[in-house]
Write a protein that binds this ligand. Structure first.
Ligand code: ADP
Ligand code: ASP
Ligand code: MG
Length: 438
């Protein structure tokens, strides 16, 4: 039995939804289907989820969403008319608009894209629609209640031969809609697959699988045939948005395989994601390269820092107090650096600098924004001599100045910090040094 999740590009319009229907009907083992909201139809288009967040913002300013809701209504009218499905769209849209205008949080608004998308596909297939707010549960802190959700999914879906379920959201203990972070339908799919003991979780998207690099940066990158959960987590956390980095947690204890497939090229085998490195039958030195922009590095210098017990704790407790998480903490004998996402520092930078200076009496504290991180990932790196040399030679040959280096203790990754203006060049340099040359 297969659980399938179809992403935003697969659900973008009536013709892509017809492809989805063909894929599902082509294989009777595809029984439980999780869907995203309609995504972009072309690069200039707006995702329905973004339009719904805009509706919420309009309500905050004007008390209604008369203007922005039109985009959402138009998208769904086009889909329903062209598919010729029997859903009472006007009534659904009326309830949703009123709900967005009455709700206090953006989550309800954002969730309605998946809700309608699932209702429409269920009607087209003649499958049951099961609302995610009945079966995916969060606690009051917004944390997923995994075991509770697994039981609820199983109890509900075991009674049904087939069903379509909206991704991305569930409800909290008060029954209010709560969403995962962006791209979270991947997590819903993983929960449903685990709960229903699927043989495989198929994640259908618009590329031929997990690619060795971001196809928007590298021209025509190769597809990774097989990778481990850990490699997936490293690559997606660091920026490969094809899978949500948290989507392995529901399945990793049971080793349920994930197969990333292309809705627009269904005969391609795609990428298999498996539990352990031993199951990955690959010989290449690196599995893939990914990265992200938008980071700041705070460099702290103090003579004799290495002898000062509690120095790192005092610095990190400032971040904890301010509710800021950090990405990396590279350190030297008398230096310590903090790599932090820009968004966490908005409005807090000066305060943090002041606090660091005061609490550890640093000799010097400097900030460099405009940092990007590049992650070189692969289990095989640990056993190969010269991996780091190849990476740094490739960067040097491309005239890229390396601002920071960090290697995870598992030797599964090497993280390199570069100036954001060099980011795309760095990804290409690594790709060509490791993937193309081997
Ligand atoms: P979906 O709507 O199906 O969930 P996403 O837009 O979330 O799809 O993810 C697919 C996109 O991720 C691809 O179209 C591609 O542009 C981007 N992407 C970035 N890095 C990678 C990668 N390493 N492999 C595959 N796709 C990637
Ligand atoms: N529609 C949501 C988003 O755009 C969730 C998803 O697509 O997985 O983030
Ligand atoms: Mg996605």
């Amino acid at each position: 039995m297969k659980v399938c999740k179809f992403g935003g590009t697969s659900m973008a319009n009536a013709s892509t939804i017809k492809r989805v229907v063909n894929i599902i009907e082509d294989d009777p083992s595809r029984k439980y289907i999780v869907v995203s909201a309609p995504g972009k139809r072309n690069s200039a288009d707006v995702k329905v989820t973004d339009a719904l967040y805009a509706c919420f913002n309009e309500v905050q300013k004007t008390g209604n969403c008369d203007s922005t809701f039109l985009t959402v209504a138009k998208r769904f009218h086009e889909i329903v008319n062209e598919l010729g499905v029997d859903v009472d769209l006007d009534e659904n849209l009326k309830v949703i608009k009123e709900g967005i205008e009455a709700s206090k949080t953006p989550d309800y608004a954002a969730s309605r894209g998946e809700y309608l998308s699932a209702k429409i596909l269920a009607a087209k297939l003649g499958y049951d629609f099961v609302d995610a707010d009945e079966i995916i549960k969060f606690n009051d802190k917004g944390e997923l209640l995994l075991n509770y959700s697994l039981d609820a999914v199983k109890a509900k879906l075991s009674k049904l031969d087939h069903a379509v379920i909206p991704g991305f959201y569930g409800s909290d203990t008060n029954g209010k809609v709560h969403t995962f972070s962006r791209g979270g339908s991947d997590i819903t799919g993983a929960i449903v697959a685990r709960a229903m003991k699927a043989d495989v979780y198929e994640n259908w998207t618009d590329v031929d699988g997990f690619l060795t690099a971001d196809p928007r940066i590298v021209d025509n990158p190769t597809t990774i045939t097989c990778l481990s959960y850990k490699e997936l987590r490293e690559l997606s956390y660091m920026g490969a948005e094809v899978m949500h980095p948290e989507s392995i947690f529901p399945v990793h204890s049971v080793g349920l395989p994930i197969n990333i497939k292309n809705t627009f090229n269904p005969s391609h085998p795609g990428t298999m994601i498996v539990k352990t490195a031993e199951q990955v039958d690959g010989n290449s030195v690196i599995t893939g390269v990914s990265g992200q922009k938008g980071l700041t590095i705070i460099n702290i210098e103090k003579d004799m820092m290495n002898n000062e017990i509690g120095f790192a704790r005092r610095v990190l407790s400032i971040l904890e107090y301010e509710g800021i998480s950090f990405e990396h903490v590279p350190s030297g004998i008398d230096t310590m650096s903090l790599v932090i996402r820009d968004e966490y520092l908005v409005g807090k930078m000066q305060k943090i600098l002041q606090k660091i200076k005061e609490s550890v009496h640093a000799d010097n504290v400097e900030i460099h924004s405009g940092l990007s991180l590049v992650a070189i990932v692969g289990h095989n790196m640990a056993s190969r001599l010269g991996t780091a040399a190849t990476a740094f030679k490739a960067l040097a040959d491309a005239h890229i100045n390396v601002r920071m280096i960090d290697q995870g203790s598992s030797e599964l990754n090497i993280i390199v910090g570069v100036d954001t203006c060099d980011y795309e060049k760095a990804i290409n340099a690594i790709y060509y040094a490791f993937v193309k040359e081997q």
